[in-house]
Design a protein around this ligand. Structure first.
Ligand code: ZN
Length: 427
């Protein structure tokens, strides 16, 4: 059978397997794979691997020994399954993270129950991203079951720790060649970016702590000391009048959604100054000798990390020249490089045309405001051919009563099948 003419029966088969997609989503939700600390990783990976092994896929488990958080109690277990086609050709890899964030407050349903109601499956991870993983699995199973002679290879991986940076998951595997040519050619990550969007990348991240330093004195004679909090207020003034307007003026060609994130942004995550918090009773009168903020700077593909850091340092150095006694320390906490695939490259264009075929409308090409595992495929695996495409609704990720739409899962499974067949047939 020819893979172009063979697609229609596969699409009908995916349609007929709607209940299977739902059941698999429920099964995955029922593993409470909360990260941190990394609960239930092993049973979830083994369930996932056993399912794919039944289709004749070669299944391998890779524990990220020594990765952050890895221990015998909380092993970082990743699972990779590969289906080898009947002749040489490209490899299409579906990667999903099996971990979920903590439940938090506000749930009206059991977060690990997998409730089905009104065409939706509910639970922590339903949207981000167990529904997307279930869609990819059923799409691949339908292709394998069709008996079509597929060239190349199809892989599916269930990885861990995406929610905490991916170091025990995709980064660990990428360092060992699992996300590089010649093993893999195209990667599709079914993260929740909406069923009709193809996500080609994400902005960069820089987290840092900035501390202003002062000198302690009695609070009734503040002129004898030097307030680190007042120095920090000067920093915040500079942000308001100088940095924020500069960031807002820095527009990107990255099609980031929502549009408010189509520029450089910075959040101040926290501020602490003076006396430590959480004590009983009344405070004592002291001039603050230290004030700290943690910043979360999101930067664009048009910027680079060194210039982002340099901009902050220049601002603080400028203050040191303007304010007497101004002293600061800046400490890097974390950074991620931005990543963007070619929107006209094979994986993005094949997925976009599959969206058009299945949904009857043009796919929106977007970038994510936050980051996901694409950074590791790109920067460590040196594979630019990586996108995110999945059925979940972006805004629902990490929220209470998270859900994924059943019709969207079925549609996205069809899109994934069409895109895969297209990529494999291009040779
Ligand atoms: Zn996710």
């Amino acid at each position: 059978m020819n893979i172009q003419t063979g697609i229609e029966p596969i699409l009908r088969e995916i349609e007929a397997r709607e209940d299977e997609i739902v059941a698999l989503t429920q099964d995955l939700i029922r593993f409470p794979t909360i990260n941190p600390p990394g609960e239930a990783y092993r049973p979830c990976a083994e369930f996932f691997g056993a399912r794919l092994a039944r289709r004749g896929m070669k299944v391998e488990y890779v524990r990220a020994e020594g990765a952050p958080g890895d221990s015998d109690k909380y092993p970082r277990i990743n699972v990779i399954a590969r289906y080898e086609g009947s002749r040489p050709g490209p490899c299409v890899h579906f990667n999903g993270h099996l971990d979920v964030v903590q439940t938090g407050a506000g749930w009206t349903v059991d977060p690990f129950g997998g409730l089905v109601r009104d065409g939706k499956v509910y639970g922590r991870g339903a949207c981000d991203m167990k529904g997307g993983i279930a869609a990819a699995v059923v799409a691949v199973e339908a292709m394998i079951d069709s008996g079509i002679e597929l060239p190349g290879a199809i892989e599916i991986s269930g990885t861990v720790d995406e929610e905490s940076g991916g170091y025990g998951g995709v980064a660990y595997l990428a360092e060992r060649g699992w996300f590089s040519k010649p093993r893999v050619d195209h990667v599709i990550i079914p993260e929740p970016l909406n069923v009709d969007r193809v996500c080609i990348g994400h902005r960069g991240v820089w987290w840092a702590e900035i501390e202003t330093q002062g000198r302690q004195a009695h609070g009734s004679m503040p002129f004898l000391g030097d307030s680190a909090i007042r120095h920090m207020s000067a920093v915040l003034e500079k942000f308001e009048h100088q940095l924020y307007p500069a960031l807002a003026a820095r527009h990107s060609d990255m099609p980031v959604v929502p549009a408010g994130a189509r520029q450089s942004t910075m959040n101040i995550n926290s501020i602490h100054g003076g006396e430590a918090e959480h004590f009983e009773g009344l405070p004592s009168p002291c001039v603050a000798d230290s004030c700290r903020i943690v910043i979360d700077r999101r930067f664009l593909i048009e910027e680079d990390l060194a210039s982002v850091q340099g901009e902050m340092k220049a601002l603080l150095d400028q203050l040191a020249g303007e304010r007497s006694g101004f002293r600061y320390k800046m400490r890097d906490l974390f950074s991620v490089q931005p990543s963007m695939a070619d929107r006209n490259g094979p994986v993005a264009s094949a997925t976009a045309s599959a969206v058009r075929r299945i949904l009857g409308r043009d796919a929106e090409i977007v970038c994510s405001p936050g980051t996901y595992d694409q950074k590791h495929v790109d920067r460590i695996g040196h594979l630019k051919e990586c996108i995110a495409y999945g059925p979940g609704v972006l805004d629902l990720a990490h929220q209470p009563d998270e859900w994924v739409g059943i019709k969207d899962m079925v549609a996205s499974a069809k899109v994934m099948a069409v895109a895969t067949m297209d990529l494999l047939s291009r040779g």
